[in-house]
Design a protein around this ligand. Sequence first.
Ligand code: GDP
Ligand code: IMO
Ligand code: MG
Length: 434
Amino acid sequence: MNKNNIAIVGLSWGDEGKGKFVDYLAQKADIVVRFQGGNNAGHTVVVDDQKYKFHIMPSGALLEKEVVIANGLVVDPGVLLEEIEKIKEIGKTLNLKLSSTAHVILPFHKILDGLEEQAKGKYAAGTTKRGIGPAYADKAARWGIRIYDLVNPDLLKEKLTRLYEIKKKIICAFDPNWCDNIDEIYNEYREYGDRLRQYVVDTASYLNMQLDLGKKIIFEGAQATLLGIDHGFYPYGTSSNANALGISPGTGVPPRKIGTIIGVVKAYTSRVGQGFFPTELHDNIADQIREQGHEFGTTTGRPRRIGWLDLFNIKYSIMINGIENIVISLLDALENVDPLKICVGYELEGTKLSSWPIQPEIVEKCKPIYKDFKGWKSRSAKEWSEIARKGYDALPDEMKSYIQAIKEELNVEIAMISIGPNRSDTIVLKDDLL
Ligand code: GDP
Ligand code: IMO
Ligand code: MG
């Protein structure tokens, strides 16, 4: 096992607490790298009750670690510049590298994101409207604008003008009154390029060089495996490989150098956006968990849909990522819910399925099979913090049984447990990960 590097990936529908664990592990790392997605991500880190939100900036920026936005991302330069300013405002030194081959989100991508969603009807994913899908579509069609173009005004002008002309035709087919000014877009983006130029490098060469020097790297996943473009719940997901398989194409780091892959499991399931969700709850238990877990989107503020933990689809994610170690978050948020249920399989027309059926059309027809667990009583945030300080043995017995059941069902090791949003509300069970 390569103990120098760790990848943190979500195993469900996002918002599992990746930011929190990346921040925790970053204490021992040198570099934190985002490898896919864009500012559709919302990663929250809490230190001494102070909340920090990251959308495009890797979470390691809070610890003043070197942070890398690698080639696999789609970057909204205005949002990135805002996050750069925020880091500086809180008095942190920023050490950022931005890939010259990452793609740029342009104003018309955001407009198309909204228009395409409307046209998709029941197949709409309920996107974050950040222009993620249309920017990745242009990348795949090979007329996307890359960071190198953004920081070279002549290239930007030529490529932007060409792309704008075709996008204008498409947008006007939906909305004949749409009109945007290419000169304004160009001037705005040229200025972004001027401000970002200082951070731009070939991050693939840079990261491989740092790996050869023995630097410790954390690969910070965004979104999650079930939202992934190739192995997720298509079309109700995002446009990148939001799993460990996305690391190599998204960074230029070869698979054998990646190291340990850690999957993040939330103690229940949450979902923003559309798409059937077999273990979804629609009653006051959902409201209670939503309140206790503060389940309102970091990016869009939307109330997150809530359901029981689904270990059947997580098993699929474990397979895709090759996971041997998981971390479990938000166990405290299940307090005072009794009984608790965990989904351990699906039944389709009277037959128990052997693996998660990746097709939405099949999943919709499935009935979850549950096991019941005894819940634990509620405690104050201060009491949870105190328990975290004391360690695993101090956890309520019912919570230990719940954790044990997850471990056995998934056949994995549990590396860490989180029972509160603060960095310190973390119990480490395996401290030799990095
Ligand atoms: P990410 O997108 O995977 O990084 O997750 P988000 O930050 O979007 O959502 C996770 C939310 O849960 C954030 O508000 C975190 O501060 C919070 N959080 C993380 N771990 C815990 C935990 O163990 N307990 C509680 N109560 N909150 C947590
Ligand atoms: P983090 O990194 C939860 C969802 C959207 C929508 C679908 C496609 O915070 O876990 P997109 O804007 O990417 O085209 O939307 O994916 N989605 C997320 N859900 N957490 C996220 O990121 C998400 N990023 C995208 O709600 O259903
Ligand atoms: Mg999030």
